[in-house]
Ligand binder design. Structure first.
Ligand SMILES: *[C@@H]1O[C@H](CO)[C@@H](O)[C@H](O)[C@H]1NC(C)=O
Length: 402
């Protein structure tokens, strides 16, 4: 009896609890599964939405970056207005606002060279130059110094292969042999461009560059060249850098080439800077017409072209001109000078041109006068006559003066 009194409430309790527990199992179990499914669906939708927004953001960033780096190619205002009206408002991710696209690199240097045609005696040297300039430009860009690498050549000449970093400017149209009618003097034809045409072609296509540079095609540079040049450019409006002469072959007599840059950098740092010639020039681009006018009629390849370009910078920039000697920024393979054999008539013509050039310059400008008026006057004179042949006694061969 006593046992029954204890068992009955227990059975009663079980009768109530077991179905309740069973019912709870049946109803409670499917509920979390459905919630989880709904949650997963919602997460899926959110991820899809985020992806779409991210793609839209990336496309917009790319568009803005393109518009910022190529401002002259597209009329920004009109194009932008049409695009803005046509594009439906974008839904940005609800999360943190994405960072704005990075600013376009500030182009600081435009650097032009006139490479010799393929097969020229300095072919290998020019290959080293191409490799060294491309590497220095990439190094500089990674450190916030903008560099554009340019080439200026004659149409139709076989071209030495070059890295993709080089952009051609307008082709050359004039050369010394033709302009000075050297064929009538029985001189072998060399296609030697006028410095003015190289400078002017580069100048026309480099708006936005603060400095314009010109170096001989056989001058290579250390990897940090443009970073060092940027420091000089902060302190002066024009500078020239003297070169270091390095070995042109290794101990086994194998000539150095573009694959030997590391070795050449090390040699360039180790060998003394002794050479006094001028072959590396940088100046404020906006003054280029004055420089071009001062070097008018002088051509590449024969003395005194280097000294004359240096004289032009010294005249135009005065106290803001600087000559950098004893440093290890550029290098040249071997101690050969230029690649053309001696042809007296070319050198004679170039010396004559250099001696006469300051005359016409002084008619429209004067040394140290770098204002907008002087630049405009020089530009007008160059438009009138980018090359001006003189016809004076002494230009004949053999020369009369001693
Ligand atoms: C320069 O000449 C080359 C041929 O050597 C030609 O392909 C190129 O289009 C020319 N460049 C310009 C700007 O005319």
């Amino acid at each position: 009896m006593r046992r029954l009194r204890l068992v009955l409430p227990l059975l009663a309790a079980l009768a109530v609890l077991v179905p309740w527990w069973a019912a709870r199992r049946d109803t409670a179990n499917p509920a979390p599964a459905a919630a989880a499914l709904n949650l997963a669906r919602e997460q899926g939708r959110a991820i899809a939405a985020l992806r779409a927004d991210l793609a839209a953001y990336r496309a917009e960033t790319a568009r803005r970056r393109e518009a910022a780096t190529a401002p002259r190619e597209r009329p920004a205002a009109a194009d932008g207005a049409v695009r803005d009206a046509a594009t439906p408002p974008r839904v940005r991710p609800a999360a943190a606002e994405p960072p704005p696209p990075p600013p376009p690199p500030d182009i600081t240097f435009a650097h032009v060279i006139n490479p010799m045609p393929a097969g020229h005696g300095l072919h290998a040297d020019v290959e080293v130059t191409f490799a060294a300039l491309a590497r220095a430009a990439a190094y500089a860009r990674a450190r916030g110094v903008g560099v554009r690498l340019l080439t200026c050549e004659f149409a139709g000449e076989a071209r030495i292969r070059r890295p993709a970093a080089f952009e051609p400017v307008a082709n050359l149209t004039r050369h010394a042999f033709e302009a000075y009618e050297l064929g009538r003097r029985g001189v072998a034809e060399r296609r030697l461009p006028f410095v003015t045409e190289i400078f002017e072609n580069a100048y026309r296509e480099t708006e936005g560059a603060r400095f314009l540079g010109y170096t001989n095609a056989d001058i290579a540079v250390q990897e940090d060249f443009y970073v060092k040049a940027a420091a000089y450019a902060k302190a002066s409006d024009a500078f020239v850098i003297n070169r270091v002469e390095v070995d042109d072959k290794d101990a086994n007599g194998r000539p150095y080439g573009p694959a030997d840059l590391e070795t050449l950098y090390a040699l360039g740092r180790k060998r003394p800077q002794r050479h006094a010639g001028y072959d590396c020039f940088f100046w404020r681009r906006d003054r280029t017409p004055l420089v071009s006018l001062f070097v008018r009629n002088v051509f590449v390849g024969y003395p005194p072209v280097g000294r004359h370009v240096m004289e032009a910078l010294r005249c135009v920039f005065g106290t803001k001109y600087r000559e950098i000697r004893g440093a290890h920024h550029t290098f040249h393979l071997g101690d050969r000078n230029g690649g053309w054999s001696q042809h007296g008539q070319y050198e004679h013509m170039n010396r004559r041109a250099a001696r006469l050039a300051p005359g016409p310059f002084r008619r429209v400008a004067r040394c140290g006068a770098g204002g907008a008026d002087a630049v405009a006057a020089a530009a007008a004179e160059l438009r009138r006559a980018p090359f001006e042949r003189w016809d004076v006694p002494g230009a004949e061969w053999p020369p009369r003066e001693v």
